[in-house]
Write a protein that binds this ligand. Structure first.
Ligand SMILES: NC(=O)C1=CN([C@@H]2O[C@H](COP(=O)(O)OP(=O)(O)OC[C@H]3O[C@@H](n4cnc5c(N)ncnc54)[C@H](O)[C@@H]3O)[C@@H](O)[C@H]2O)[C@H](O)CC1
Ligand SMILES: [K+]
Length: 507
């Protein structure tokens, strides 16, 4: 699914009108019919539509007409300077008049206390309010009567469904411009709006659905911002099929550097996750004093310790992918080991945890190893790497991740709700995963999965995207029945869920 901004929406509109001669009113009607599908008309009978005077308002007037045509009770409020109504909205208003659908204008010029009271009373007698005050055209702080109307809706709300965006959100940045509708559901058109990715907007957007409104694919491609939400089909298309002539070397030989005294669990989880994700040969390199404990648990994996220099050199040279960092310790030795691995390998290297901690004052070393490093920081690690505060990164996650990836020629996976995966040019947002998974070991499991996926012949960037998706997808399935989902629960499920993704494409 594509992510877009107010600017991309405007570009699409212009291209449809000018290049493809598609009249705006036609796209508006497509938007109206798409929205109707999500207004739960089988459940409810009384609707209120609150429209502005822009095209988002026009969508609302069309929705009111279509609801009426389906036998629903509809009351319409139009807020704003009616003289400034856009041509398409005006057309829809004329049709409403002709159909004798009642509407009330709350004009910016008038004294409106009584009308606000009327709105409040009508909301109380309705089932659903459809919010069409502002869409992607919102451009400044909301004040006066607009703010009053939004407050009345928020204070008296029954169910609120917002069209395209909850009125009050800047669709591009996610900034709340003074006041904003708190929607239960947002029915957005063509793009998942970039602004919805900002954590602070989650309480305003509710559930988001994105609907197509008939914009030709050529135009969408032409104005693509290269930012997407990962879809299940993307993952299915990229999971490799195992054919009957395969050998274990075809499915990725990997080495994982992880663990130290007191942190053997991290090493075990990362290695086990890699084995269960389908790597043919997994070797864990760890400190000698934890090697035996891990060996006894890791039935299908091999282990080596740092004293076995020749073996390690061979492993580094022959691996299809290397995972590095979980539970290794934030110290000089870890940094030396990381540099050794990077200097002597030429496969993709996935770096997490202490592998990232030791990089915090040594970022420049990444630049030497073009296009084959994947870092997987959470917000705290990203803050240490970039020197930017956690709150700044939280508010600008997409841009911070993209900039860092571009600057250092690496793939950045910024963990969190809606994990970001970017190489600086193309960006994917992961929609799977949940808070039941927020516990120790989950990052180690993800490192193992990513390293394994990368080793199996899927393009590196795509492999990372798929691993993150499946990791969260398993968590989502398990969390339906489990209050807490641990890394070991995820690991157990990897083979059967991967099969599910794989079978469905081969049916
Ligand atoms: N291709 C598509 O995606 C289509 C989208 N449609 C819908 O159209 C809106 C965007 O419409 P637009 O007319 O550009 O903007 P708005 O309706 O959001 O409102 C603009 C309107 O409001 C005024 N304004 C802006 N900020 C403020 C403010 N803070 N206070 C008061 N007034 C403000 C501005 O001056 C304009 O008058 C999109 O979201 C979709 O819902 C169409 O359906 C066609 C296809
Ligand atoms: K809206």
């Amino acid at each position: 699914m594509r992510i877009g901004t107010s600017i991309s929406t405007k570009k699409l509109d212009d291209a449809c009108i000018n290049e493809y001669k598609i009249p705006l009113i036609l796209m508006m009607e497509n938007a109206v019919l798409s929205a109707i599908k999500h207004l739960d008309i089988n459940l409810y009978n009384n609707y209120i539509v609150v429209s502005g005077v822009g095209n988002n308002g026009g969508d609302g007037l069309g929705i009111a007409r279509q609801l009426k045509a389906r036998g629903k009770e509809v009351k319409v409020f139009i807020v704003g300077n009616i003289e400034k109504i856009t041509p398409c909205s005006k057309t829809n208003l004329e049709i409403l008049k002709a159909m004798n659908i009642p509407y009330i204008i709350i004009d910016t010029k008038d004294e409106n206390i009584n009308l606000l009271k009327k709105l409040e009373a009508d909301i109380k007698n309705s089932h659903v309010l459809v919010d069409c005050i502002f869409g992607t055209g919102l451009e400044r702080e909301i004040k006066g009567i607009f703010k009053d109307v939004i407050n009345v809706i928020n204070e008296n709300k029954n169910l609120v469904y917002s069209i395209d965006v909850p009125s009050g959100i800047n669709a591009t940045t996610g900034e709340i411009l003074g006041s904003c509708i708190k929607a239960d559901k947002t029915i957005s058109f063509e793009f998942y709006k970039r602004g919805f990715l900002k954590y602070e907007t989650k309480k305003y957007v509710g559930n988001v659905v994105v609907e197509h409104i008939g914009i030709p694919e050529d135009i969408l491609k032409k104005y693509d911002d290269n930012e997407y939400i990962t879809s299940m089909n993307f993952v299915k298309d990229n999971i490799k099929d195992k054919n009957k002539f395969s050998f274990k070397s075809d499915f990725g030989k990997i080495t994982i550097f992880a663990g130290s005294k007191g942190f053997s669990g991290a090493a075990f989880i990362a290695s086990e996750a890699a084995i269960k994700s389908g790597s043919g040969l997994v070797t864990l390199v760890c400190d000698e004093d934890i090697q035996d404990i891990i060996s006894s648990k890791l039935s299908e994996g091999m282990t080596a310790n740092y004293k076995e220099e020749d073996r390690i050199n061979k492993l580094i040279k022959t691996s299809n992918a290397i995972g590095f960092g979980c539970g290794m310790g934030d110290n000089e030795t870890t940094l030396e080991r990381l540099q050794y691995v990077l200097n002597n390998s030429d496969c993709p290297v996935v770096i997490d945890a202490d592998g990232l901690n030791v990089l915090k004052n040594n970022i420049s070393i990444l630049k030497k190893y073009k296009n084959r490093i994947i870092i997987t920081p959470h917000l705290g690690e990203m803050s240490r790497l970039t020197g930017k505060s956690i709150s700044y990164i939280k508010g600008n996650r997409l841009d911070v991740a993209k900039e860092f990836a571009k600057e250092n020629n690496i793939i950045v996976l910024l963990k969190g709700y809606e994990t970001i995966i970017t190489d600086g040019k193309v960006t994917y947002i992961n929609p799977t995963g949940n808070s039941a998974m927020a516990n120790g070991g989950m990052g180690d499991c993800l490192l193992g999965m990513i390293t394994s996926f990368v080793s199996q012949g899927i393009e590196v960037f795509e492999a990372v995207i798929c691993a993150v998706y499946i990791h969260g997808y398993i968590g989502d399935i398990l969390s339906k029945k489990m209050y807490t989902v641990n890394a070991t629960h995820i690991i157990e499920k990897i083979p059967s869920i991967m099969k599910k993704f794989n079978i469905e494409i081969n049916l």
